[in-house]
Design a protein around this ligand. Structure first.
Ligand code: NAD
Length: 330
């Protein structure tokens, strides 16, 4: 029987794996170990492998070993494939696949939750309640249908954000070099300066690259309205965290929600309650009631987890049966 090994499996993925196995005549074994030079030998005697991790695997020897085991593919059950040495994978005859869109709704629904928390001042209300202060002063809220939501980067996730807020009656404006005809009835395209100066909510959904690193810097924050909120559920370094803290302290903007932050590696996704978290900027932001922080959980919904498991295992099966996956990246 065909055998697949899945690396870095979390307990919450097991139900989806069991459901896939029940409908496919393939054995799937799991390990909590991350894939790399120290663990590649676990793949011996398997026909295919699926991985999911942030740590890069540049070592050519790893890909040579997979080839020597007779393995012909490497499936990622995440989107980003920058961790894979594609040259070495290709040279060793490995078809590398990813999951390009496991659920754009997952991240966009977190953005909705964060926006609602911010505009209803729920952080401030909770901080007061903890001190038995049930007063109303300062808690008057705006209503979402009266607000303009500015989306920087309306690709898969940004488009889903646009549709959600449009459905709630908000005005939606977008900055993106790529204009999508399917959004024509939903959004107006504007330049970045117009978006920053006009929007009540500024939410970033671009990839992280040289152009978007610190796209939201001190200069950009100064252009935003003092009543506006910033959301980053894309990648930490798109926002200059130091500049954001200064801007919040100077009341240049009203608040922020961050699902991702510079220096989050080793912190977000971990229980750090028993060890010092050495990220002073995160510590400062945590003390601000107008800042919502979540530990990079935008992707983490039941539907997305199931899609990550199903799509990656379907790809392994397809390739082992001699087919070509539409998700192949090399
Ligand atoms: P995508 O590639 O589908 O869309 C990105 C969009 O940004 C594209 O339309 C592109 O044209 C546009 N863009 C690129 N550079 C731009 C710039 N300088 N200014 C304006 N627009 C620009 O990507 P996606 O799948 O929608 O993902 C968006 C972001 O969300 C990525 O950074 C991704 O890493 C992140 N993400 C976060 C989570 C999470 O758990 N929080 C989960 C998945 C993805």
């Amino acid at each position: 029987m065909t055998k697949i090994l899945m690396y870095s499996v979390r307990p919450d993925e097991q139900a989806a794996i069991d459901a896939w196995v029940a409908t496919n005549n393939i054995e799937v074994d799991t390990t909590t170990a991350e894939f790399g030079p120290k663990t590649v030998d676990l793949a011996k005697d398997y026909d295919g492998i699926v991985i999911q991790q942030h740590a890069a695997i540049p070592e050519e020897a790893v890909y040579q070993k997979l080839k020597s085991f007779g393995i012909k593919q490497l499936a990622l059950r995440i989107t980003g494939f920058d961790i894979v040495n594609l040259k070495a994978a290709t040279a060793n005859g490995l078809a590398v696949t990813n999951v390009p869109a496991y659920s754009p709704r997952s991240v966009s629904e977190l953005v909705l939750a964060q926006v609602m928390r911010l505009i209803r001042h729920l952080g401030e209300a909770s901080a007061r309640e903890a001190k038995d202060d049930y007063s109303w002063g300062g808690l008057e809220a705006a209503e979402i249908h009266n607000l303009t939501v500015g989306i920087i980067g309306a690709g898969k996730i940004g488009s889903a954000v646009a549709r959600i807020f449009r459905a709630l009656g908000s005005t939606v404006i977008v900055t993106d070099p790529v204009k999508r005809p399917e959004l024509a009835d939903t959004v107006s395209y504007v330049d970045l300066d117009t978006l920053l100066t006009t929007a009540d909510i500024v939410t970033v959904h671009t990839p992280l690259d040289a152009k978007t690193t610190h796209l939201i810097d001190a200069n950009a924050l100064k252009k935003m309205r003092s009543s506006a909120y910033l959301i980053n559920a894309a990648r930490g370094p798109i926002v200059d965290t130091g500049a954001l803290i200064q801007s919040l302290k100077d009341h240049e903007i009203a608040g922020a929600a961050l699902d991702t932050i510079e220096g989050e590696a080793g912190i977000f996704g971990e229980d750090r309650s028993q060890s010092l978290v050495d990220n002073p900027e995160l510590e400062t932001l945590k003390t601000m009631p107008n800042v919502e922080i979540t530990p990079h959980i935008g992707f983490y919904t039941d539907a997305a987890v199931k899609n990550m498991v199903d799509i990656s295992l379907d790809d392994v099966k397809l390739i082992l049966e001699g087919g070509h996956s539409p998700h192949q990246v090399n």
